[in-house]
Structures are given as structure tokens and as C-alpha cells.
Design a protein around this ligand. Structure first.
Ligand SMILES: Nc1ncnc2c1ncn2[C@@H]1O[C@H](COP(=O)(O)OP(=O)(O)OP(=O)(O)O)[C@@H](O)[C@H]1O
Ligand SMILES: [Mg+2]
Length: 310
């Protein structure tokens, strides 16, 4: 299997809120720094927009953020319109299908349509010969995929559509996309997890589902948001003892916070061990950053950390 950053497409997946967008951004920065022309592609679900790149004003067009690093936030409806503009010949039908109420209707009536369109666009971005006129090729496309269940759906739809459309252009395209996402030389999967009980279980399940149902292996599991272990066991015991008895309220509060953080860091280590035992893929960790809001600079720190481990 090719090293992760040497592939052409990387899907970053995991449960809601575990840090998928942050990890996708960090991977993007790392790949760009290593000389790859990279695009981080957010697959928006309904109205949600990128939290990682919102400040940079990234929308449904390829936007350059740093040297060699681009981002795009895919809007399913606009993706559909682009597709139709290329595929549907009769102008009248084309106009009709561009009606946004009709899109909503069609999307609701065709399970997996949004996912297929998203996969089609992502695949198009990853091609060295781009269909979009004048578009320059990328070395690497990093997909900030929707939460786990939807990601499995996204990977599955091309093969589902292959079954439905037995002949014709949709079939041919679905075949190509399906072969591409199942080829471990071209496509990689990064599963992001929090080192906590439920998220670890869900990550192990996700790895098994991808393997059993799609024959796709997870390349790397990223355990995100690891708290530092600041105190030894002996120190933690002293903190616990002093905690209840200290005469000054502010000191009691500080000791309480320290004790709680220590407890959390310990719990995370135990879950991390469980994750490492259960996962087939290697597990790398990212620290919890004590910042009110993560920005590009914070993603740089995560990128440097990943760079040491990937
Ligand atoms: N290592 C970290 N340290 C501190 N905060 C983090 C870290 N990783 C992510 N966060 C914060 O946690 C929140 C969720 O992260 P992010 O948006 O990357 O998750 P997500 O999996 O993409 O979420 P969603 O499923 O909603 O798209 C954000 O506020 C982000 O800034
Ligand atoms: Mg996200």
C-alpha cells in the first residue's frame, strides 16, 4: 500500500465533532508543505459550512489558502448543476432540472444521489486530466467527509449505482469512481477518533464496516484531543488530598481543576490503549490544543505533529 500522502485521494472520516475538519486541514497543510498541490474538499451536509476554513471564506469554488494548498466546500445542489450542464444536452430539460425545487425533489427521490454527486466531484478533482476546462490538476485531494455513516454511504454509492445503471454513461462513470476509491494505491482512509469510550467503540466498528462491507482498509486512525499528563500518580494523590482541605477558595478551585484534568488524561490513556489493541491500522495521536478557537495557525501545529508521525 502506498504511503498515505502519496495517494491521490484521502477520505477523513469519523463521528460528528471528533475533529475531522481539523485533521483534514492539518493533513492539507502537511501535504502542501511536502510539495504536493493539495485541495481540502469539504462535503457539506445540507446547510452546514466549513468550520475549519469559514474565516477564509471558502465556498463552492477552488480557493487558494496557502502556497499549494486549496480548499473547496461542495454544495450538493451546485455540484448537481455543474454535472447537468456537462451531461444533459437538451437545453430545455437542463433548464428545468436547474430549478432548485426540482433538485430537492430529485435528491429526496433518489437515495444516494447527493453522495454520488459528491463522490463524482471529488473524483473529478483527483484526476490528472481535469474535465473542468482550464482547471489545473492536484497531486492530492483530501476529503473532509461527512460523519461516519454518511462516509460509508459515500464510498458505497458508486457501486450501488453500478448495479442500478447497467449500461450507459452513469454506469461507466460509477465503474471508474468505484475502482478508484477501492484502489489502496490511489485512495486512503483516515479515521478520526476521540480517546473516549464511545468514540473508540464507534471507530473500531467503522473500521470493521469499511473492511467487511467495502473491502476498504483504514490507513491511519488519528486519536485527537489528547490531554497532557501533567502529574505523576503521587502528585495527583497529593492534589486530591489538598483539594478538600485548602482554606483559600481560589486554590481549592485550581486544585479541583487540576485533579479533574488528571483524571481525564488518565481515562484517555486507557481508551487509547484500547483503541491501539483493537484497531488494525496504526494509531497516531494529536494533542488537545488549549485555544478558544482553532485557526490556520493551530492547524499548522497539528500538521507539524502529524508530520513527525506520518
Ligand atoms: N486537537 C484539538 N484541540 C482542541 N480543539 C480541537 C481539536 N480538534 C478539534 N478541536 C475543536 O473541536 C471542534 C470540532 O472539531 P472539528 O470541526 O474539526 O470536528 P468535525 O469532526 O469536523 O465536526 P463535524 O462533525 O461537526 O463536522 C472545533 O471547535 C475544533 O476547533
Ligand atoms: Mg467538520
Amino acid at each position: 500500500m502506498a504511503p498515505l500522502l502519496d495517494k491521490r485521494l484521502i477520505l477523513v472520516t469519523g463521528k460528528g465533532g471528533v475533529g475531522k475538519s481539523s485533521v483534514a486541514a492539518a493533513l492539507g497543510l502537511l501535504a502542501a508543505r511536502r510539495g504536493k498541490r493539495t485541495i481540502v474538499c469539504e462535503v457539506a451536509q445540507q446547510e452546514r459550512i466549513s468550520s475549519a476554513f469559514r474565516r477564509e471564506g471558502v465556498g463552492h469554488s477552488e480557493t487558494e489558502l496557502r502556497e499549494r494548498l486549496f480548499a473547496i466546500s461542495l454544495d450538493p445542489e451546485l455540484t448537481m448543476k455543474e454535472y447537468l450542464r456537462r451531461q444533459v444536452r437538451p437545453a430545455l430539460l437542463h433548464e428545468l432540472l436547474l430549478d432548485s425545487r426540482l433538485f430537492q425533489y430529485l435528491a429526496a427521490a433518489t437515495p444516494g444521489l447527493r453522495e454520488l454527486l459528491a463522490m463524482g466531484k471529488v473524483w473529478e478533482l483527483a484526476q490528472l486530466e481535469r474535465r473542468t476546462a482550464g482547471a489545473a490538476p492536484y497531486d492530492l485531494v483530501i476529503v473532509d467527509a461527512p460523519a461516519s455513516g454518511h462516509s460509508v454511504g459515500m464510498l458505497q454509492t458508486p457501486s450501488t449505482f453500478r448495479e442500478v445503471a447497467r449500461v450507459g454513461p452513469i454506469r461507466r462513470q460509477a465503474d471508474k469512481i468505484d475502482a478508484f476509491v477501492r484502489d489502496p494505491e490511489q485512495t486512503g482512509v483516515v479515521a478520526v477518533a476521540l480517546p473516549e469510550e464511545m468514540p473508540v467503540s464507534e471507530t473500531l466498528e467503522l473500521e470493521a464496516t469499511l473492511r467487511d462491507e467495502l473491502g476498504v482498509a483504514v490507513d491511519v486512525v488519528v486519536a485527537n484531543g489528547l490531554y497532557p499528563e501533567r502529574f505523576s500518580t503521587a502528585e495527583a494523590e497529593r492534589i486530591e488530598q489538598a483539594n478538600g482541605s485548602h482554606p483559600v477558595a481560589a486554590v481549592r478551585a485550581a486544585l479541583g481543576a487540576a485533579a479533574a484534568e488528571h483524571h481525564r488524561a488518565r481515562g484517555q490513556r486507557a481508551q487509547l490503549r484500547r483503541l491501539r489493541r483493537g484497531a488494525r491500522a496504526p494509531v497516531v495521536t494529536l494533542p488537545y490544543l488549549f485555544e478558544p478557537e482553532l485557526r490556520l495557525d493551530s492547524f499548522e501545529r497539528l500538521a507539524a505533529e502529524l508530520g513527525r508521525k506520518l
